[in-house]
Design a protein around this ligand. Structure first.
Ligand code: GH3
Ligand code: MG
Ligand code: MG
Ligand code: MG
Ligand code: MG
Length: 292
């Protein structure tokens, strides 16, 4: 697990860092508050932080409130490690957003177990966040998390003035697959479909289960031609893929509707609606089709 140590005093920083390394932590050292902010922006997987109180630029307590304001999925566990001793300082630190407070010189065993507490809480919290954001069957993002994510990326992407696309994917006659092979087979096929789509998208594309056998795909930096290529590839690979359940082949097709943003939609909701409408048209046109 990564631990960020922010300490302006080199000897003190080295001492703490050596201890942490001996306990198996992956230690990242910085010497002032500004570097904390920069490092955390670059490494979003840092969650456990040991911050000195008095540091140049931004001090440890100010950092507590700044880190709490960062909008990201995982939260922080912050230990203030300081030469301040009085109870009133501890109260102030916890009041300003620290999770724990240790005075220097510290008892190594105490720091070790207090870090364990932090790691334990973070692990539990991360599990809860993951469970809340993902779809249990397929492991991809669920509808609620997708809509929250969409609002965030909508704001960002709009500022960049690049075209981007939303695809609505609806499996064709899925009810018949359930009727013919059973509900468990249907589940397996849905999982295989997700894996198939995930193999074909980029790391920064956002794929989610929108409902039962309906999926949604957000594609940043994607114009009409690229969108059509990606949608057509997903349609074609779904049609030709050998989905299997219990040794049996299950064939399946998908209808895809897309909407592309060129400053023409006022909200993410409006754009989603347009993609949904296009998917409906794909169904009307006979299914196993892409409509832009
Ligand atoms: P269309 O081509 O018009 O989309 O037909 P369809 O049968 O796919 O659509 P319809 O909306 O009539 O039915 C969707 C079916 O998907 C019904 C529902 O039982 C099934 N379904 C939804 N979620 C799941 C799931 O998690 N597992 C399984 N096995 N089936 C599901
Ligand atoms: Mg200091
Ligand atoms: Mg449907
Ligand atoms: Mg339907
Ligand atoms: Mg369907």
């Amino acid at each position: 697990m990564k631990v960020l140590i922010a300490e302006d005093e080199p000897i003190s920083r080295l001492l703490t860092s050596e201890k942490l390394k001996s306990w198996g932590y992956n230690v990242i050292e910085v010497e002032n508050g500004k570097e904390v902010i920069e490092t955390i922006e670059r490494q979003p997987d840092i969650q456990l932080c040991i911050l000195d109180w008095e540091m140049p630029e931004i001090d440890g307590l100010e950092l507590c409130s700044r880190l709490r304001e960062i909008d990201r999925s995982g939260s922080f566990y912050i230990i203030i490690l300081t030469s301040k001793h009085k109870a009133s300082f501890m109260i102030e630190a916890l009041d300003k957003g620290a999770d724990d407070f240790i005075s220097k010189p510290f008892v190594p065993e105490e720091l070790r177990v207090r870090l364990q507490v932090g790691a334990r809480i973070l692990k539990k919290e991360n599990q809860l966040i993951h469970a809340a954001e993902s779809d249990p069957l397929t492991g991809i993002l669920n509808r609620k998390a997708f809509l929250l994510e969409l609002d965030k990326i909508w704001a960002l992407t709009k500022r960049q003035k690049q075209p981007f696309a939303i695809l609505m994917l609806d499996i064709d006659h899925f009810k018949q697959i359930n009727d013919k092979f059973g509900h468990i087979a249907g589940d397996q096929v849905l999982k295989q479909f997700c894996e198939l789509v995930q193999q074909q998208i980029r790391q920064y594309d956002c794929f989610a289960r929108y409902g039962g056998e309906e999926f949604v795909l957000f594609l940043p930096d994607t114009d009409v031609d690229q969108c059509e290529r990606i949608a057509e590839r997903i349609r074609a690979t779904t049609e030709s893929n050998l989905f299997t359940y219990d040794g049996e082949h299950v064939s399946m097709t998908v209808s895809i509707g897309a909407s592309i943003y060129y400053e023409n939609y006022l909200s993410a909701q409006e754009m989603l609606k347009a993609a949904d409408k296009a998917a409906y048209e794909a169904k009307q046109e006979g299914r196993n089709k892409v409509v832009l």
